[in-house]
Each structure stands twice: as structure tokens, then as C-alpha cells.
Design a protein around this ligand. Structure first.
Ligand code: MN
Length: 244
């Protein structure tokens, strides 16, 4: 049986449409998973329904998107914060916490990494350039096609991510104005750029909790990015086998 991978998606409240870039679905599908898109739900029903949703899933993919509201890590919105989506925040934080607690594999991409970190007690720079202005930042908003590996990420040796990828230097794409500031206590930093910006986190002693700041779903022709999706789907298969 193919493992069911829940993928969070966006809600555009101005256009009134749910939306998700196809790379997330394609990456999961190509690696043998069954993609299942989860819409943001808002209100009391969110909390009542979360455990039911998680019980149907073998893995949870937290997709990219807008900034998480800084209220969730005790800050007021910075002047340079981006678009914030309350429809997604409530639902996804609850989903993420419940999935981690339930031992279900979680893969966070971009916003998904930041949300994972915030859900477990960490925080983010609301705007890298504004809050790290005295530091020599490299470019994290690439003026290049989205499939292009624009900057290198140093992958920590001995980490799960390193075992999956089999490399210490990974060229990745980069389009984010936020980044992890303080990692959550349980999470380990396993990927950084030359300027020290955190690009990957993982949780030990769990079937699979990995978050990456880049967008592997835009780089599916790159074998390293497929390895990431494959490792996630494989761990969902294992988690599913141990459930039945
Ligand atoms: Mn970057």
C-alpha cells in the first residue's frame, strides 16, 4: 500500500481559492507516496478534527507560503513582516504538534521549516535583512529561476540529513526573507549557509522530522532533492507498517 502523505495548502482569502504548487504533489507521487491535500480550516472545528486527520496520514508535508504570525513566539509584527495568513497558522501549528507527538514523519519546506520550529518552541527572524543588517548576509532571494541551485548549504556530518544526501555541500535554491533564529530545544541545526543562516533542522529519536529552508519541490530534476522526498516517503512507509 502506498503511504498517505498529507500536504498542507494555501488559502488565498482575496481570490477565495485554495492553492498548492504542483511540485509538492509530484515529488511525493514520484517517490511512491499518495498525496492528500489538506485545506486550512479555521475555528473551533480545527482542534476537534486534528487527531482524526492525523490518524488517516502516514506522513505530513508542511508546504511553503506566507510568514507565521509572530504572536506565536511572543513578538509584535515587525515593520518588514510579509503576508500573514491566520487561516493557515492555527491549523498547521496544531497539525504539526499532533503529528510530532504521534510519531508521524513530518517534512517541512520553507514556511514549513519555520512553522515546525515555532510549533516546538523556537522562533524566526521576521525579516533577515532588517534584523541582521550588521551581518554580511549572502543573497537569499535569488534573481534566478526557481529550479536553480543558487547558494550552497553546508550539511552537518553525522546528521540524518547528511546520511540521506550523502554530501556535505548542497547547492539549493533560495527565496526567503525570514529564517530560523533560535532553534526549538529539541531540534538540531543540520544545515547552514556561509553567513550562518540556518537552512535545515532535524529531530533525533523520531521516525522523520526534517525541515529545510529551500524549495526541493522546485528542483525535482536534481537527484539530491528527490533523495529527500524518497527518504520522507520511505519513513512514512515504515511508520505505516508499524501502525498496522
Ligand atoms: Mn537561503
Amino acid at each position: 500500500m502506498r503511504p498517505i502523505i498529507g500536504i498542507t495548502c494555501d488559502y488565498d482569502w482575496e481570490k477565495g481559492i485554495f492553492q498548492l504548487k504542483p511540485g509538492y504533489v509530484e515529488g511525493i507521487h514520484r517517490c511512491g507516496g499518495l498525496p492528500f491535500i489538506i485545506p486550512p480550516l479555521y475555528g473551533d472545528t480545527v482542534y476537534k478534527g486534528i487527531n482524526q486527520i492525523i490518524k488517516q496520514l502516514d506522513g505530513l508535508l508542511l508546504s511553503g507560503g506566507q510568514d507565521v504570525h509572530p504572536h506565536y513566539f511572543g513578538e509584535a509584527p515587525h515593520a518588514s513582516i510579509g503576508r500573514v495568513n491566520p487561516y493557515r497558522d492555527e491549523m498547521e501549528l496544531a497539525l504539526c504538534r499532533y503529528a510530532v507527538k504521534s510519531g508521524i514523519p513530518v517534512f517541512g519546506i520553507c514556511r514549513g521549516l519555520q512553522l515546525l520550529n515555532i510549533a516546538l518552541g523556537g522562533d524566526v527572524y521576521q525579516d533577515l535583512k532588517a534584523q541582521l543588517e550588521d551581518k554580511h548576509l549572502i543573497c537569499h532571494d535569488q534573481p534566478a529561476p526557481k529550479w536553480f541551485g543558487f547558494h550552497d548549504v553546508h550539511i552537518k556530518e553525522g546528521s540524518r540529513l547528511h546520511k540521506i544526501l550523502g554530501t556535505s555541500t548542497l547547492p539549493t535554491n533560495s527565496f526567503h526573507h525570514q529564517a530560523v533564529r533560535e532553534p526549538a530545544p529539541q531540534l538540531e541545526v543540520v544545515g547552514t549557509t556561509a553567513d550562518g543562516v540556518i537552512e535545515a533542522l532535524e529531530l533525533n529519536h523520531h521516525p522523520f522530522i526534517i525541515g529545510v529552508q529551500w524549495h526541493p519541490e522546485c528542483m525535482l530534476d536534481d537527484p539530491f532533492m528527490l533523495k529527500l522526498f524518497q527518504a520522507f516517503v520511505d519513513s512514512a512507509i515504515e511508520a505505516s507498517d508499524s501502525k498496522h
